[in-house]
Design a protein around this ligand. Structure first.
Ligand code: C2E
Ligand code: MG
Ligand code: MG
Length: 656
């Protein structure tokens, strides 16, 4: 029997003393009830008052009468009686008292003491009622409310919302601890304090900071390009997904720029991957600086980058962005004492105009990039007609690739010859051999359309040897006919780096009985980028055979005048782009002067007008080549041309 208000025991029968293991009535009356038990009883009284029932039965479960006291499995029947002093008494009958539940309790308590899991109990106001030692260890001073424990102010609301719809909620949250903010993997569970029936919240937690860091690291590794530190292809996918998902009703405008570095492969192959890597890192940094906070820069792999430009798709603005990138990338990178430059080609697609899905936008920008490669501007916007054109192009390329396999055997190649004119005497100072492919169904195919394919497939080696042989044979034939004219032969990068170049050249000279002094080899700047020692050796050996060496297309590559000094070159051919572009005539003048200072024979390519001829002669250019004098001619026509010029006394006596 208890006082309903104070919940102090007034009286107990003998069985009760036995059940709870208490020696005397006195002791029973002096001890305060376990809070859980007190709560159970208070709940029972509330229910009794509400339901006006005679007694209230609480279920059979482990119960403790007093704190730190052995527990018993028992059911309770509670009823209320008025007492003489006007107060109320509770009659608590212990029902079905089972065997000693003590060992369970003790084990449970021990487990709670020892477990590394942090277990805490909060009341309905989120005040801490209990926490085990593990939880206490991390609890900051005076942090007794769950709200204070959570770092983010919104977390409490989230937890309560979750518990409204479910009994249990698992979540990783940032919490305040004695070691500062840490991440805990937490489980929140609504519970009723067992003996008292109070609503409460049981929280079990485990420190997840390290695991989270490991996960973050794994995530970073999976979504970061290890070389440049930029987001990778997977990260781009996620970013686009988020961008597209977040759109809701108002479709966000953004643009996707697909970049591919021109000639990067050549640099990588000739200078080694370490230099290639450094170049890529520099490119990544420049792109990041250009885009700044306006979007995202990713590396898809190799020399491909994607930029997302947020919020705008206006053509003029994007063109300015693309031009800005090209401008920034035009500044050479100095690596290993060499100035390198690799300009990107940029394809641009826009959301939503050019595609709804990430894959579509990337594909379309890629297609536009492909076309940008053949544009002077260096960039190109996607338009829907492009895909069809491109499919044609790809099919075309595949077709050419297949046909190339048999073209040498089938004798489908032919050399044309274009004369070079001496500026001083206007006599012919030489001819350049230029390959043509007489394709059985396509007609004549120009070298720009198949040399790069042959380079990639490796067929250039066979083809290059055929050219060497055919050109030298022709030189010898002309010489035998009294037409003594030097022939220049274009060499491709792959041919230049092949181990047997020297052997092939010398065998070819021998086989055709050619005078090496009448043979010129035309090389391009990108070939000279490789291992300086090896390049130097090859050039030196060719040169000491008596062959003349020309640097072709000067001005389109790195325009590094250092090569001119470093290597045994004889001739400098300035690319026709310089003549065609009036604005660069100043530069052309400078190159001409430089070439002369270095003792090189300077040749201007692409001479098309009389005005250009006058200008070049005025500047002291040594030789000229271009449509103004003659287009490249088939061997028979070239022979006729040479005969005519010889008759006019216009075969350069020096060449002869
Ligand atoms: P290249 O060695 O710079 O040859 C000059 C190119 O400019 C030739 O184009 C020639 O027809 C063209 N050209 C000459 N004068 C003029 C002019 O006044 N105006 C214009 N617009 N163009 C002019 P082609 O024959 O189409 O050859 C293109 C490129 O293909 C060559 O450039 C060379 O790099 C490569 N090539 C040609 N034949 C061979 C070859 O046998 N082997 C290798 N590896 N490459 C070759
Ligand atoms: Mg050439
Ligand atoms: Mg050229």
């Amino acid at each position: 029997m208890l006082d309903a208000e104070s919940l102090r025991v007034r009286w107990a029968n003998q069985s009760c003393l036995q059940i709870w293991d208490i020696d005397s009535q006195m002791e029973l009356c002096e001890r305060p009830l376990d809070p859980g038990m007190a709560e159970t009883l208070r709940q029972a009284v509330t229910r009794l008052q509400a339901d006006r029932l005679g007694n209230d039965i609480s279920p059979t479960q482990p119960r403790t009468m007093f704190t730190d006291h052995p527990s018993r499995t028992a059911g309770l029947s509670v009823s209320v009686f008025p007492m003489e002093d006007g107060k109320q008494a509770l009659l608590v009958e212990v029902l079905h008292a089972g065997q000693d539940a003590g060992s369970d309790r003790v084990h449970g308590a021990t487990a709670l003491q020892l477990t590394p899991a942090m277990i805490s109990l909060y009341d309905a106001d989120h005040e801490l009622i209990y926490c085990n030692p593990a939880a206490r260890e991390t609890l900051p001073d005076r942090c007794t409310n769950l709200r204070q424990r959570l770092v983010s102010e919104t977390d409490m609301g989230t937890i309560l919302d979750a518990l409204d719809s479910s009994d249990s909620y698992d979540v990783e949250l940032e919490v305040n601890t004695v070691d500062g903010a840490r991440w805990h993997q937490m489980n929140f569970r609504r519970s009723v304090i067992a003996p008292g029936g109070h609503s409460s919240m049981l929280v079990s937690a485990q420190d997840a900071t390290e695991a989270r860091r490991a996960r973050q690291l794994a995530h970073e590794l999976a979504f970061t390009d290890s070389l440049t530190g930029l987001p990778n292809r997977a990260a781009l996918g996620l970013y686009l997904e988020e961008l597209l998902d977040a759109e809701g009703s108002d479709r966000p405008e953004f643009s996707l720029l697909f970049l591919d570095l021109d000639r990067f492969k050549i640099i990588n192959d000739s200078m080694g991957h370490a230099i290639g890597d450094q170049l890529l890192m520099e490119v990544a940094q420049r792109l990041k600086n250009t885009v700044g906070g306006n979007g995202l820069v990713c590396r898809l792999g190799g020399d491909e980058f994607v930029l997302i430009i947020n919020r705008f798709t206006a053509t003029a603005k994007l063109a300015r962005v693309a031009e800005g990138i090209l401008h920034v990338m035009a500044e050479p990178v100095v690596l290993n004492g060499q100035k390198l430059r690799t300009l990107p080609s940029i394809g641009i697609s826009r959301h939503p105009a050019d595609g709804e899905h990430a894959s579509e936008l990337i594909e379309h920008a890629d297609e536009a990039m492909y076309l940008a490669k053949s544009r002077q501007s260096g960039y190109c916007f996607f338009d829907s007609k492009m895909t069809a054109r491109l499919n044609e192009k790809v099919k075309d390329r595949l077709g050419l690739e297949n046909d190339l396999v048999f073209a040498v055997q089938n004798n489908e190649f032919e050399l044309y010859y274009q004369p070079k004119i001496c500026s001083r005497t206007l006599a012919i100072s030489g001819v350049e051999a230029l390959i043509r492919w007489n394709h059985p169904t396509r007609g004549q195919v120009a070298p720009d359309n198949f040399i790069s394919i042959a380079e990639e497939t490796g067929q250039i080696l066979e083809l290059g040897n055929w050219v060497l042989d055919a050109a030298m044979k022709q030189q010898r034939q002309w010489q035998d006919a009294g037409l003594i004219v030097p022939v220049s032969i274009n060499i491709s990068a792959r041919q230049f780096y092949a181990d047997d170049l020297l052997l092939n050249v010398s065998e070819c000279l021998l086989r055709n009985g050619c005078d090496p002094a009448r043979i010129e080899l035309e090389l391009t700047e990108s070939m000279l980028l490789g291992d300086a020692e090896a390049v130097h050796q090859t050039l030196h050996q060719l040169s000491s055979m008596g062959i003349k060496l020309a640097l072709d297309d000067f001005g389109t590559g790195f325009s590094n005048l250092a090569y001119l000094q470093k290597y045994p070159l004889d001739i400098l051919k300035i690319d026709r782009a310089f003549l065609a572009d009036q604005t660069r005539s100043m530069l052309m003048g400078t190159i001409l002067e430089m070439g002369k200072v270095l003792g090189l024979c300077v040749v201007a390519e692409g001479v098309e007008t009389a005005a250009q001829v006058d200008w070049l002669i005025g500047r002291g250019c040594d030789q000229m080549q271009g449509y103004y004098f003659s287009r490249p001619l088939p061997a028979a026509d070239a022979t006729r041309y040479l005969v005519e010029k010889l008759a006019d006394g216009h075969l350069d006596e020096k060449a002869a």
